[in-house]
Design a protein around this ligand. Structure first.
Ligand code: E4P
Length: 222
């Protein structure tokens, strides 16, 4: 199971990349705008933070087939390896995903709202499929749709990986990890919520207090 960070917040990414086993970073145009920085600076910072084996996912901004393809080639050229082009599953997007497969450009099909959209993108050769869980919930049941998709890929032996996206709480992430999803991309806020628990902090404080009160020191051996 791959754990990916969905953010352009460099400090939070740096911290989480040290704490956890992170496969890569996803962004989209809205995520990059939230940084308040020039996009080329954000992309450079993200590239610098990652080890060569970690994956970087950058989304196209253009929406027409030719424009998507042009940006896909530019994104592909950003790194020697482990660079993925995020392309929304519109008609032009699906056509571009198919062409990228022919050209050897790796893609993540994004802005997915149904299992069927994801399945079609998988047939076109998208390496990753990103269903927008929380947004899907506005139209039905995101979790159940993704469970269907897991099954659809399995029975047809399709190698594309599902990367759950647009999580707004830890329960959504938990449910899909339990269902066997291949990857999740999670915001830094939700990731910190997955790590921290008041019970753990209280337990650690109790251990320290018991130790200090009994041995009048803070460390194990001296
Ligand atoms: C990641 O690949 C997606 O672009 C992202 O998770 C979408 O999240 P949002 O629904 O919060 O915009």
């Amino acid at each position: 199971m791959e754990l990916i960070i969905d953010s352009s917040n460099i400090e939070a990414i740096r911290q989480l990349n040290e704490l956890l086993t992170i496969t890569g970073i996803t962004t989209n145009p809205s995520i990059i705008t939230k940084s308040g920085k020039d996009p080329s600076i954000v992309i450079q910072e993200l590239t610098d933070i990652l080890k060569p084996e970690q994956l970087l996912f950058i989304q196209v901004v253009k929406t027409d087939y030719e424009g998507i393809l042009e940006e896909a080639k530019q994104i592909h050229a950003l790194r020697k390896k482990n660079i993925y082009v995020k392309i929304p599953v519109t008609k032009d997007g699906l056509r571009a995903i198919k062409k990228c497969k022919e050209l050897g450009i790796k893609t993540l099909a994004t802005a997915i709202y149904t299992a069927d959209q994801a399945f079609l993108a998988a047939l076109n050769g998208a390496e990753y499929l990103a269903p927008y869980i929380n947004r899907m919930d506005n139209y039905g049941n995101g979790i159940e749709n993704v469970k269907d998709l897991i099954e659809m890929l399995k029975v047809h032996h399709i190698p594309s990986k599902i990367v759950g996206a647009s999580f707004k709480n830890t329960r959504q992430v938990h449910e899909l990890i339990k269902a066997g999803i291949h990857a999740v991309t999670v915001s830094t806020d939700v990731l910190f919520q997955m790590i921290e628990h008041p019970g753990t902090s209280i337990a650690v404080e109790e251990f320290s207090n018991d130790w200090k009160n009994t041995y009048a020191r803070e460390s194990l051996f001296q």
